[in-house]
Design a protein around this ligand. Structure first.
Ligand code: ADP
Length: 676
């Protein structure tokens, strides 16, 4: 038989889960960190790009300034050469200097001093004394003369300290070896930036010039102050002066990212993590539900497989929709051969076809009762077996009937046991009869002696009469006849006793016949009397007039009566002799308008039945007697119930016990009881 085995995989699943989730979680974390890293990386790249751009632009500006200053130097040097050669004087010199100033607005003034530092020519109308030049400028003049090379001075405020910071370019003039004077070109430091730096660069950057002490000497900030994020500096090394060009971009560091992007990335990541978590939770729930379902299913299929009751479902048209393994085993057919089949079914026995069809139409009409229906089915090998079928409606979730579910019990075993039981019972009854017979055999032997002795003495007397007569004609017939009649009566009585004992002990199948109660009592009476005489018990019988017969096995009923009367006589053995009376009363009882019973009571005035004995009265082998077998009452009740009757006992109000059994009268015996 299949056993319940629930092999759950849930443990395995839960062990695998962490691993299963490790990869997606790792990927999501990786994705989120890349999402966060990318903007940062973009920002870095942009910053680098901007810085590089600034450096390139600064270099370009530096080159522009250098180029312009170089050109100016060249022009001034040309003028100087021509002055030294004496070509350039007076008005022409003035014009050249003026044109230079005009074309190069970073130049503030050009002045020519002679070897005695007297002002010869100037583009500026204001008087200028050499000695009034700022200290830095004087130092530069000194260096220029000494080295005979042009020199720049550090930027310094102009003489009189009003106006922009100036940086003087000293070009010493020589005529041969002789110093003949100096040409001094003053740059307005601020104008260097204003004129030489292109506007687009100035728009994006704050530009400064600082001197060798890092003090700011000029500044241009057209696009606002620099942010200090992207800065660069280039040294403008001019002979005698060290200027530094500093650029500072007005651009701030690129925002980490437009906030919207960062925000959405973070929101997306959170959303992603949340949905992952929700998915995980959902999957977990599903797995749990799946596990429970699987367990349920395996439990159900294990249960289904271990069922011994056959189950068969049919739809409303009678088509088989389900059969369980037990049913398949029962009829010896595979489920595939049964599913989808319409009647007639392969397991229907041809001889019972009509019964099935009738039952089937009852099922379809919904008129079947809850009570089981007993019939026979046929196995695949043709073997018939009895079954008990219960049908009930098959209702779906919505309460709608979708068919019929039948449970089918193979009752072969039960039938076998019932048969066995019946046979046992019969054997028991036979043995009980034998036991009773043993008990009464000695009595019978003793009692049969009496009629035999009587017969013997009657016949001896008759013989004597014949012998004493001289001739046969002398025989006294009047004396002979009564003797022979008495002998014959005694012989009949003995034969009667013997016949009833013989019939009683003969084991045979019960046979039903109409039994008149009067005849029944009369037939047992000789045996009862035998016992009663032994113990001086008086017997009284009373049979109601027109008592109906019963349909019964005569010998069984005789046995019941004999058992009851014997018990009654035995119960009176030790009571006062005047109380020793046994009454057998038979009367009719209207149970219902359609049911008449015959009730026979065996009434004694013996010792009665105490409560503890009453409890076990009908148990087999219960006896209070030394030689009792204890099966008499049990057999009696079985026999009466076998006839559709009942058996009870009650205390006799006058002392003693009343055993009563009732049997249905023959006219009203129900059909079922008859057919058995
Ligand atoms: P047995 O007679 O062999 O003991 P029974 O089954 O006939 O077996 O009776 C069982 C017991 O019931 C008896 O031993 C007796 O104690 C009790 N009993 C039966 N009939 C009577 C009766 N009429 N009066 C008192 N006791 C009785």
């Amino acid at each position: 038989m299949p056993t319940l085995s629930l092999n759950s995989r849930s443990g395995f699943l839960s062990r695998r889960q962490p691993l299963q989730w490790f990869l997606p979680v790792l990927l999501v974390l990786l994705f989120a960190s890349i999402l966060l890293w990318l903007p940062w990386q973009a920002q870095q790249m942009e910053a680098n790009e901007r810085q590089e751009q600034l450096i390139a632009d600064t270099l370009w500006v530096e080159q522009t300034i250098r180029f312009q200053i170089g050109r100016n130097e060249e022009n001034i040097r040309l003028i100087g050469t021509e002055i030294s050669a004496g070509y350039l004087t007076g008005k022409r010199l003035q014009d050249r200097m003026a044109s230079l100033i005009r074309n190069n607005r970073e130049l503030n003034r050009i002045a020519l001093f002679d070897d005695a530092d007297r002002l010869i020519e100037s583009t500026d109308d204001s008087p200028l004394a050499f000695k009034d030049l700022p200290g830095h400028s004087l130092a530069a003049a000194e260096r220029a003369r000494g080295t005979r090379t042009p020199q720049y001075s550090q930027p310094a405020p102009p003489p009189g300290l009003t106006g922009p910071l100036l940086m003087d370019y000293h070009l010493p003039l020589f005529a041969g070896e002789r110093y003949i004077g100096s040409l001094i070109a003053s740059y307005s430091v601020a104008s260097i930036l204003d004129e030489m730096v292109p506007w687009w660069f100035a728009q994006d950057n704050e530009i400064q010039l600082t001197d060798s002490d890092d003090a700011m000497v000029a500044k241009r900030a057209a696009g606002g102050p620099g942010r200090g994020v992207y800065t660069h500096l280039r040294a403008l090394d001019l002979p005698g002066a060290r200027l530094t060009l500093r650029t500072n971009s007005v651009k701030s560091a690129p925002k980490l990212l437009p906030n919207l992007l960062v925000g959405s990335v973070i929101a997306l990541s959170i959303g992603l993590l949340w949905s992952l978590w929700a998915l995980w939770r959902d999957i977990n729930r599903r797995l749990a539900a799946e596990g429970a379902l699987r367990q349920q299913v395996s439990f159900r299929s294990a249960m289904e497989n271990s069922l011994v009751t056959g189950m068969r479902a049919r739809d409303l048209e009678g088509r088989v929709t389900y059969v369980n393994p037990a049913f398949c085993r029962m009829v010896g057919m595979a489920a595939e051969d049964l599913l989808g089949r319409m009647p007639p079914m392969p397991y229907w026995a041809p001889e019972a076809m009509e019964e099935y069809q009738e039952r089937f139409s009852q099922v379809l009409a919904g008129t079947v009762t809850d009570q089981g229906f007993e019939t026979i089915f046929q196995r695949a090998n043709g073997e018939r077996f009895p079954v008990l079928i219960f049908e009930s409606p098959l209702v779906d979730n919505s309460g709608k009937q979708t068919g019929w579910m039948g449970s089918i019990l193979d009752i072969s075993d039960r039938k076998r046991i019932e048969d066995l039981n019946r046979q046992q019972q019969e054997k028991l009854q036979a043995s009980a009869r034998l036991a009773t017979m043993g008990e009464i055999a000695s009595t019978l032997a003793h009692e049969i002696n009496q009629p035999l002795a009587a017969i013997s003495s009657y016949t001896t007397g008759a013989l004597n009469l014949i012998n004493n007569a001289a001739t046969p004609a002398d025989v006294d017939i009047d004396m002979l006849k009564p003797a022979l009649e008495k002998a014959s009566a005694q012989a009949q009585r003995a034969g009667h006793i013997i016949r009833s004992v013989h019939a009683f002990v003969k084991k045979r199948e019960p046979a039903r016949e109409k039994v008149s109660i009067q005849t029944l009592i009369d037939s047992v009476l000789p045996l009862v009397e035998l016992q009663a005489q032994q113990f001086f018990v008086a017997i009284q019988t009373s049979v109601a007039p027109r008592l109906p017969s019963v349909l019964a096995d005569r010998v069984l009923l005789e046995q019941v009566l004999l058992n009851l009367t014997r018990n009654a006589i035995e119960a009176m053995q030790h009571v006062a002799p005047e109380r020793r009376s046994l009454r057998i009363v038979a009367e009719r009882k209207e149970e219902s308008p359609s049911q008449t019973n015959v009730v026979i009571s065996v009434i004694d005035r013996g010792h009665g039945i105490p409560a503890e004995v009453a409890e076990r009265l009908f148990s087999p082998f219960f006896s209070t007697k030394a030689e009792g077998m204890g099966i008499g009452l049990n057999i009696c009740r079985t026999a009466i119930e076998f006839h559709g009757g009942t058996m009870t006992h009650a205390d006799n109000p006058a002392g003693g016990t009343i055993f009563r059994f009732s049997l249905p009268a023959a006219e009203t015996v129900p059909a079922t009881a008859m057919s058995k």
